[in-house]
Design a binder for this molecule. Structure first.
Ligand SMILES: C[S@@+](CC[C@H](N)C(=O)[O-])C[C@H]1O[C@@H](n2cnc3c(N)ncnc32)[C@H](O)[C@@H]1O
Length: 241
């Protein structure tokens, strides 16, 4: 499979309209890579795309299970893995969480970067429950997702803030991307689900995780049409006690 070059914004388009892969690493993904360096059991990446995080994780010497909905994405990822690392990479194509199963207590860490914001609330809950089961005690889950605080989504902010204030469990769920942010519809699925530290903290706690850290991430690496007020992404790290 041929490597796809980044566009002028530094993104690489997915082949299935599931957003775009970044070519830069946010601080939570970088922490995951440092964490993986000291693991002995495998670590898992969900929605690995072309490998922006999986490839440097493999370079640390870690064993990596790379999942993606698209086999084509994983084939491109694999074509970039050096010979020395190939035996430590397992490809696991399929739709997470439904189609993906691992043994309980079989992984030491997991990264789900910029994927959960395509899932419904119940799908996110099922995802966290599954990963919790697969992690060994002491294992860590790293999640990064987009928030509603992006310039192209500014028109949705009043609705999000009103729903959040009223106690709605999923204030960032938008099932009409085309009408809310028409300029983004060509790269996204019909619905998106922007998240924040409060929502992810609630979900992590409900799944049994102890939260090590969570905060908004200032995406200085994002293009101007997305950068807003320094809250464009959210990161969270949970530990299985
Ligand atoms: C926006 S890209 C993010 C890629 C990369 N993780 C990053 O941070 O840039 C989303 C990726 O998740 C994959 N994906 C979307 N839904 C998925 C699912 N249900 N199960 C597995 N992978 C999924 C897509 O195919 C795509 O490669």
């Amino acid at each position: 499979m041929k490597k796809i070059p980044p566009n002028q914004d530094g993104y690489i388009q997915t082949l299935n309209k599931m957003g775009q892969m970044t070519t830069t690493l946010d601080p939570y993904s970088s922490d995951f890579i440092s964490f993986a360096k000291n693991t002995t059991l495998p670590v898992l990446e969900i929605g690995a795309a072309y490998g922006v995080a999986t490839l440097p994780t493999l370079k640390t010497g870690a064993r990596v299970i790379a999942n993606d909905l698209s086999q084509d994405h994983l084939d491109i990822l694999k074509s970039q893995v050096d010979l020395e690392s190939q035996s430590r990479l397992t490809l696991l194509p399929g739709s997470f969480p439904d189609e993906i199963n691992l043994e309980p207590n079989s992984i030491e860490g997991a990264l789900v970067c910029r994927v959960l914001h395509f899932f419904s609330g119940p799908m996110i809950e099922a995802s966290l429950e599954k990963i919790f089961r697969w992690l060994v005690p002491g294992g860590k889950l790293y999640v990064v997702a987009e928030t509603p605080y992006m310039k192209s989504w500014e028109s949705y902010l009043p609705t999000y803030e009103r729903l959040k204030k009223s106690g709605h469990p999923w204030p960032g769920f938008i099932d009409r991307v085309e009408s809310v942010a028409p300029s983004r519809a060509h790269v996204l699925p019909p619905s998106v689900h922007w998240l924040d530290p409060d929502i992810l903290s609630r979900l992590f706690k409900n799944a049994g995780f102890v939260i090590e850290r969570t905060e908004f991430i200032n995406r200085t690496d994002f293009p101007d049409f997305l950068r807003f007020d320094g809250r464009e992404s959210v990161g969270i790290i949970g530990i299985k006690p």
